[in-house]
Every structure is written in C-alpha cells, then in structure tokens.
Design a protein around this ligand. Structure first.
Ligand SMILES: Nc1nc2c(c(=O)[nH]1)N[C@H]1C(S)=C(S)[C@@H](COP(=O)(O)OP(=O)(O)OC[C@H]3O[C@@H](n4cnc5c(=O)[nH]c(N)nc54)[C@H](O)[C@@H]3O)O[C@H]1N2
Ligand SMILES: Nc1nc2c(c(=O)[nH]1)N[C@H]1C(S)=C(S)[C@@H](COP(=O)(O)OP(=O)(O)OC[C@H]3O[C@@H](n4cnc5c(=O)[nH]c(N)nc54)[C@H](O)[C@@H]3O)O[C@H]1N2
Ligand code: SF4
Ligand SMILES: [Mo]
Length: 882
C-alpha cells in the first residue's frame, strides 16, 4: 500500500502543504495538500519537482574530519572541545554560529539556547540577516515587536495590492496564483508592481512603476505627503494609536513632487495616479520583499511603507495592511526563537534586563548574553581579523551568498576551526570545513516551520535515514552535552523541544508579547495541523490579525511613525557606471544544492546571465549570447549576456544562484560590496556600481555528457543537469592544442573509444562525438561564435539509442533529423514544453494562455510559467502585427 505523509515544502516562505506518497516500490511522488490553508492543493514548479531532488547523489553521508571519514563520537568530541578551548582561552565572544532560515524551529531553538544561554555570547546570526532583518528592524521600530499584522487572505480581499521589491510570480508563485485568481474573479481589483525591472509579476499589473534603484523611501514619503494633502489621514487612528505623526509629516513635506519624481525616476503623472489610487482605496495591502529589505535604506523603506498604512488606519483589518513576504521556509520560525544576534528567544529583547532575566530563569541557564552579538557581515569581518576562533555554519552557504564573497571565503579558510553541517558533501563552503557534519534533509527530518502569515506547519519525515546523517537539533544537543550542559540538552525528540519553545512563549507573558503559542495541544505534535499564531489559549477562536484596534507593543501601547529622510541612492561612478541588481530566477533555489539536481528545473534557465537593456548592450558592443565580464572593486564574474527591454537603462541584473559547483566564475556576491543598512545590518545586494565588458573568446562550445564533466583550461564553463547526464556551455580564451585530447579528459573518455568528428577549418566549426556501441557518451560542439546547436534536441540524444551510423552523423552535423523539431528552451517545466512548440501553436491559432494549455498542456499544472506564456503570445502577436 502506498503511504501518504503530510508535510511542508522546504523552499519559500509561502509554506505550501505537500502530500508525499511513497509507493510500494519505494518511488516517491508529491502533490499539493488540498487541506493546507497556504496553498489549497497548489504547488509551483519547484514544489512539484521535490521528488527529483531527494536522491542521494552528492549527499554527505558520514562525518568527516579534515577530509577523512570519522565516527560521530570523534567528530562531536572535537567540535565540543574546540569550542570549549576557544571559550576558555579567549572568552565566549571568540566563537560564533552562523545558521539559517532553512533550519526547523526546533534546530534553531537549540542553537540559540546553546549560544545565548550556555556559552553566554550572542554571536549567533543567520542568513535571515541577508533576507528579513530590515523588516524585523522596521517592525520593531513601528510596532515595538516583530509582528506581521496580516494574512494571505488579505491579498485576496484587497481592492489594491501593491508589490514593491517583490517578484511574486517567481519567488512566491503560489501566492501569486492566489492573487491572480482573486483578480480574475474580481476584475475591479488593482495590482501595482514597483520594481526597476519589468518582471513576470508585472504580467497581472494595472500599473508598473519602474522605480530607480532605492527610490522606495522617496516614493512612500511622497505618498504620505499626498495622503495628508488629500485629507485621507485617519485622524482618530493616528490620535489614539500612534506617536510621531507630525515629525514624519514634516520630513515628508520637505520634498516637492518634482523632487520625488527625480528621486524615484517615476514621472509626476504616474506618481499622481499611483497616489490617487492609494488614497481612494481603503482596502490596500502593500507587499514587500528583497527590493525593500536588501538595501542601505531597507529599514527606512519598511517604515516609509508602514507610515502610510498607520496614517490611514489601514492595518490589521480584512484586506488591509503592510505585508512583509518572508523568503525562506522558516524565516519566521527563526525570528520566533530569537535566532538573530540582536534578538532574544520568543520575541523578547536582548536590550531589556527584564527579558534577559526572564529567559535565563526559564532556561535555568548559568549565563545569558548581555549584549547583541555580531551581525553576519561583522561576524565574517571578525572571522577575517582572527577574533573568531571557532565557527559553526549550519544550513547555509555563505561563500556564495554573503556580499564580498571572496573576502568571506578567505576569512573562512583562515579561521582556526570551522564546522559545517550540510546535506551535501561538496558546496563552496563545505570545501573549507575542518569538520563536516551530515544533516538530515527534507523528507528525512521532523519539526515545524512558520510561514509568512505566522502559520506553523509540520515538516514530517517519510524517507529512511541515509547513511549516518543526523538531525541538526541532535548535533547541537550532543555538542551542548559534551560541553558540559547535559541536563539542559537532554531532548529525545523534536516534540520535546517544541513544547519547551511553546512554554517559553507563554512564560510570564499575559498579553505583553505578540508571540504566544502557549495554547497548543501539548500531546498533538505528531498530528499537528497548520495553525496561525497567536494561540495563547487552547481551543479559543484564533485572532489572526494584529493592530486593528491599536494595542502595539511599545510601552505606551502606541505605534510609531518614523521620519524617513531621502537616502543617497546612486552607487555608480565614472569607473563603475552601471547599477548591478541581483535576485532570483523561477526554478532555482539559492545556491542550487537541491534544485540543481533536477534536469526539469534546470531546463528553464541553464546558465548564469547578466541582463542588459538593448541600448546599454549596444553602447558596450555586447550582443545577445556574448559573454560579459562584470567587475566591481571587490571582484569579477563572467556571465552570458541576455538583452531585454524588461531591464531599465543603466542597470544590469544577475541571478544570485550560480556558484563554483555549477560555473567557472559566476558567484555574483564576489562583486557585491559588504555595505549594510545602519539599523538592520542587512546587506545592500541590489544596488552596486559595476562595469561591464564584452569577453573576447577565441572559441565557444556546447557539450553534453553522460558523466559530470570536469572542465579544465577554459575561461568559461557552466554546467547543468540534463536528462541522462549533463549539459555544459563553454568558452575559451585560448584554444586547446588538441580538441580530442581535451574532450577525453573532460568527459572521461577511455582510449579505446574513437571519436566521430567533423571540422571546418574555414569557419572554425568543430564537432566531436564519442559513442560506446549505440550509446552516446559525450558530444562537443565548438564554434568561433556562440554555438548555434539546438540545445534541447542535442540533450535528448543522451537518452536516445544510436543504432545506425546515420543517426550518429546527424548528431555530429548538429542538426535535428527530419521530422524532429527542436522544442526550444523550456518554458513549462512540468510538461517539458519549449518556446518553439509554443510559438508553433500560436501560429496555429492558440492566442491565449488557456488555448496553449489545451493544445500543449503547458501552464496547466503548477502555473508558474503562465506569465511567460502570455509574454510569448504577446510578443508573437506584436511581431505579426508589425
Ligand atoms: N524561485 C525562487 N523563489 C524564491 C527563492 C529562490 O531562491 N528562488 N528564495 C526565497 C527567498 S529566501 C527570498 S528572500 C525571496 C525573495 O523574493 P523577492 O524579493 O521577490 O526576490 P528578488 O529576486 O530577490 O528581488 C525582488 C525584486 O526586487 C527588485 N528590486 C531591486 N531593487 C529594487 C528597489 O530599489 N526597489 C524596488 N521596489 N524593487 C527593487 C528586483 O528587480 C527584483 O525583481 O524569494 C524566495 N523564493
Ligand atoms: N547578491 C545576492 N546575495 C544574496 C541574495 C540576493 O538577493 N542577492 N539573497 C540573500 C538571501 S535573501 C538569502 S535567504 C540567502 C540564501 O543563501 P544561503 O542560505 O547561503 O543559500 P542556500 O543554498 O539555501 O544554502 C542552504 C545550505 O544548506 C544546505 N541544507 C539544505 N537542507 C539542509 C538541512 O536540513 N540541514 C542542513 N544543515 N543543511 C541543509 C544546502 O545544501 C545548502 O548548502 O542569500 C542571500 N544572498
Ligand atoms: S510556492 Fe512553491 S516553493 Fe513556495 S512553498 Fe509553495 S510549492 Fe514551495
Ligand atoms: Mo531570503
């Protein structure tokens, strides 16, 4: 009998419920959980592909010490003794944990407890510093606590939804679909997208404001002034529940509309129509994500937005409110346990002696951290200057994701003792660990996560424990025990940890703190169904929104409006004249350690790229598919040029995902400066001066290979998983002396296998294929220009049997045989439908997303590609009309 397990998706903060089924033969399949209130059965492309990412290829399956296999006891003893020694010799602040919003709440709770209550330092910070900390700081300034007031349903109930600095269609796809469905059902609803790029999210927008980088403070400060001029202020709410209105207003009034237009790059006409729309629409939700948080003015952006909602009393009521969309599956859980260096557990404040005393009493701990610890960027600076002697990195890959990643890598390499807990054996960070600890991954581990709307759901294991992997909480508890804190870390399972976490949330609370889940069913951990906090009392009807009736968490119970001065936003200079913006693509997750395993997900975008406006590209002499070097004072990357009108002039966009496991030189954070927001310490990952230059390649290449290629001596390579093997893009500054020899090395071809080849001295074209009987082992296509071979067709040859010589020659000719059209780059990853198939269907009369769905199935499963399909249709029809 197949066994079904209800669990939660391990990717984004939407927190979709997943049903995983293990069939009798052990094969796993996943589908959306129709009963889960985040997704009601939907999943996006990444969630739908989860079953393709749980194989054991590349997994770390046993502890390692300095690269050799070790027993758990030896590894844990070494970690505990190294940390204890550093603390004894240099004090508690000489050690640090760098953890992650992808830990489960139980793991996170223990890491925080060990560091703040037992080691006695607050040097625990997390990748949430790079992600949500400006929202946390903004919330705390405005509300007195890190509270997200609204719920997902508010986005469906609103008459106006503003997406600022959020590419919802690609980054919170199921929420985007809920929004699109609500708008389709109620066409009067308006959507405004505020983003320097015209992203896929703009597909459903009534208005797209192509804001200048970091223009948000100006935009919302201007809005506040407009609301006051047009008498849209809710005087009673402001009077009864807020402080600081006059000061905020004074700052807002300091700028004319002309100044706001200049600072935002948005025309006065557009500004007025946006401001008037906001003014007249009471039910407004403003959603924001990294375009807001990851900025030198990130916290001010958050407060500038919240100011407008407080001033109009549009908060905490159905269909209204500011809404911070969290990125990671457990960014919220991490905030609940106080995983940031400047927080205490259960939303208590490290600055407050009373709170510190309370947490210490509850834990019965020997010490409690007295002051905030080092925030991520400062933490790695302290690693670099030698003041951190022992560092434990868990569930994050800072050598890829931290700004100034080159310096971070150097710091980690020089650190006397580095522990990395990960699920994968080789990552850019793991390669520098002294001790590597194998963790349980999704589908194996058990615990809870909290999504963007404060909903706590269970992640449940349904797979056998692979090798010697162990849960992250267990690793923390074992080290705690070995450091001499046995009694406080004697947990047998995550359920006991969760019960303690819930009890702390209720401890001496009585309504004084927002986070209270004291009312959970203590025996119900295994059967827990998703619930939203607060849940102070068992069984009581849930209050799912905060602040409709005031009652904020500052001492006087009032919210704060914060004056937000216009920041300096231009980071370009004569030497670095372009603005670099970085972010995400639809089908990859962060540093690709998991999504990079799925050929289907990789097919959407298989290479790292730099996206330019056509006129900038022209001025730089860059053509589509050229390679381009991006450079800042911190470092350099080499990426494929992508030219599109979606990009604003003067700026370039590059994805954050690619790293040394997948490309030669594409870690974009090597280029990003370690500049941070002064309030939150969050890095400004989206506004950076760079210069771009076309890369002169002597030759370009494309290759497919049955085994993972080991690229050598080439300036550029980018590798991706493909059905039946790997695909690789290549470029050479110098041509190898002997292509056949080169190919044999890179693709591991035995000497007995003779190549089938074709070369044209005149054009420089060269093709080589290696067959073992009728099986294709590898093929290499070389040209002086970017190689024009049909990629998906070539890849399909890896799973084809090449029985006769004609078929083998067709491959070397680099052309699909008769009757075998090339599907083109994948658009729909659920049904593997390529762009050429879609354009063919459009030519045959399918002029809507629905018609394409009927003809090709594309867009009918997860729906993540619907915006792209619409774009292709619009493009084709426009071309046809011209
Ligand atoms: N597919 C996919 N989904 C993900 C993730 C992933 O890796 N892949 N990661 C998850 C995580 S951890 C996070 S944090 C979220 C992030 O989700 P998002 O924040 O939606 O994603 P980003 O692409 O980082 O940035 C969003 C947008 O901000 C815009 N932007 C840049 N500068 C500015 C500015 O000054 N003002 C405004 N208004 N906009 C600006 C960018 O052009 C970009 O389109 O995604 C989550 N979901
Ligand atoms: N330039 C630029 N940089 C950015 C961003 C940006 O927009 N632009 N975004 C920032 C943001 S918002 C974020 S959230 C970060 C994300 O950056 P990271 O956190 O560095 O990225 P991930 O790839 O998610 O890293 C997670 C690691 O944990 C491992 N892992 C997976 N599951 C488990 C588990 O259960 N236990 C353990 N121990 N390990 C596990 C994975 O294999 C992987 O190595 O990047 C930040 N960096
Ligand atoms: S939207 Fe996609 S990635 Fe996010 S939780 Fe849902 S299925 Fe997972
Ligand atoms: Mo994030």
């Amino acid at each position: 009998m197949p066994v079904e397990t209800k669990t939660t998706c391990p990717y984004c903060g939407v927190g979709c419920g997943v049903i995983a089924t293990v069939a009798d033969d052990g094969v796993v399949s996943v589908k959306g959980d129709p009963d889960h209130p985040a997704n009601f059965g939907r999943l996006c492309s990444k969630g739908s592909a989860l079953a393709e990412t749980i194989d054991l290829e590349g997994r770390l399956l046993h502890p390692e010490i300095s690269g050799r296999r070790a027993a758990w006891d030896e590894a844990l003893d070494l970690v505990a003794s190294s940390f204890s020694k550093a603390i004894a010799e240099h004090g508690p602040d000489s050690v640090a944990f760098y953890v992650s919003g992808q830990l489960l709440t139980e793991d996170y709770y223990l890491a925080n407890k060990l560091m703040k209550g037992f080691i006695g330092s607050a040097n625990i910070d997390t990748n949430s510093r790079l992600c949500m900390s400006s929202s946390v700081a903004g919330h705390r300034r405005a509300f007195g606590a890190d509270t997200v007031p609204g719920t997902y349903e508010d986005m469906e109930l609103a008459d106006l939804v503003i997406l600022t600095g959020s590419n919802l269609a690609w980054c919170h796809p199921v929420l985007y679909q809920r929004l699109a469905a609500a708008k389709a059902a109620r066409p009067g609803m308006k959507v405004v997208v505020i983003d320097p790029r015209r992203t896929m999210s703009a597909d459903i927008a009534d208005m797209h404001l192509a804001i200048r980088p970091d223009g948000d403070v100006a935009l919302f400060t201007g809005l506040l002034a407009h609301l006051s001029d047009s008498l849209a202020i809710d005087r009673a709410y402001v009077q009864n529940h807020t402080v600081g209105f006059d000061a905020a207003m004074q700052t807002a009034r300091a700028h004319s509309l002309t100044e706001i237009a200049a600072a935002t790059g948005v025309t006065i006409a557009e500004l007025i129509s946006f401001y008037e729309l906001f003014e007249r629409t009471e039910k407004t939700v403003t959603c924001y994500s990294q375009g807001v948080n990851q900025s030198e003015s990130g916290t001010d952006k958050v407060n500038a937005i919240i100011n407008c909602h407080l001033a109009t009393g549009r908060i905490g009521r159905p269909g209204m409110g500011p809404f911070s969309l969290t990125g990671q599956p457990n960014a919220m859980g991490g905030r609940e346990v106080g995983g940031l260096a400047n927080m205490l557990a259960a939303h208590m404040a490290i600055e407050s002696a009373e709170d510190r005393g309370r947490v210490q009493r509850f834990w019965g701990s020997p010490v409690i951290a007295q002051k905030p610890g080092l925030k991520a960027v400062d933490m790695f600076r302290a690693v670099a200057d030698g003041s951190i002697k022992a560092l434990w990195i868990m569930a994050t890959n800072p050598v890829v994701s931290m700004p100034d990643a080159g310096a971070v890598e150097t710091a980690i390499k020089a650190c006397p003792f580095v522990v990395v807990s990960d699920v994968m054996a080789s990552t850019d960070t793991a390669r520098h660990a002294h001790v590597l600890l194998p963790s349980l991954g999704w589908g194996e581990k058990d615990g809870t996560v909290t999504n963007s709307e404060r909903r706590i759901s269970r992640q449940r294991g349904f797979l056998p424990v692979p090798g010697q992997a162990r849960a992250d909480w267990w690793q923390m508890a074992e080290v705690g025990r070995r450091m001499g804190f046995g009694a406080a870390f004697a947990y047998r399972n995550p359920s006991e940890i969760f019960a303690e976490h819930a009890a702390l949330s209720a401890f001496e609370n009585a309504g004084s703190r927002d986070f209270d889940i004291g009312g959970i069913d203590r025996d119900g951990y295994d059967g827990m169904t998703p619930f939203q906090w607060p849940k102070a009392e068992a069984g009581k009807a849930e209050v799912t929104r905060f602040f409709a009736n005031g009652r904020f968490y500052h001492e006087d119970g009032k919210a704060r409006l914060i004056p937000t001065a216009l920041p300096q936003t231009d980071r370009t200079s004569a030497d670095y004249p372009l603005t670099l913006n970085t972010g995400r693509v639809r089908d990859q997750w962060h540093t690709m350690t998991r999504t990079g395993k799925s050929a289907r997900l990789t097919a959407h975008i298989a290479e790292p790229f730099a996206e330019f406006h056509p006129r900038d590209a022209q001025a730089l002499g860059i053509e589509s598919a050229d390679l381009v070097e991006l450079e800042s004072p911190h470092g350099k990357v080499l990426l494929r040029a992508l030219i599109s009108e979606r990009q604003a002039r003067g700026s370039v966009f590059a994805p954050m995902h690619w790293n040394d496991q997948f490309a030669s030189q594409a870690r974009i954070d090597v280029v990003v400066a370690p500049v941070t927001d002064p309030h939150s310490g969050q890095p400004a990952s989206k506004n950076m001066g760079v210069r771009a230059r076309r890369f002169e390649a002597k030759a370009y290449g494309f290759a497919i290979s049955r085994i993972r290629p080991d690229a050598q001596d080439c300036a550029y390579w980018a590798m991706a998983k493909a059905d039946g093997g790997y695909r690789m893009e290549l470029a050479f500054a110098e041509e190898p002396q002997d292509w056949t020899f080169w190919a044999r090395q890179v693709f591991g071809i035995e000497a007995r296998i003779e190549p089938l080849g074709y070369s044209d001295r005149h054009t420089g074209d060269l093709r080589l294929a290696f067959f073992d009987g009728d099986i294709l082992l590898a093929a290499l296509f070389i040209a002086r220009q970017p190689v024009a071979v049909a990629r998906n067709w070539a890849i399909s040859q890896l799973t084809e049997r090449h029985e006769d010589l004609r078929m083998r020659f067709a491959l070397v000719a680099g052309r699909p045989g008769a009757g075998r059209a090339d599907p083109g780059a994948t658009v729909c990853s659920c049904f593997n439908v390529g762009v050429n198939q879609i354009t063919a269907a459009i030519r045959e009369g399918c002029h809507s997303v629905e018609a394409i769905g009927k003809a090709l199935n594309a867009g009918t499963n997860c729906g993540s590609c619907r915006a792209e399909i619409r774009g292709i249709i619009d493009g084709c029809l426009k071309t046809a009309a011209e």
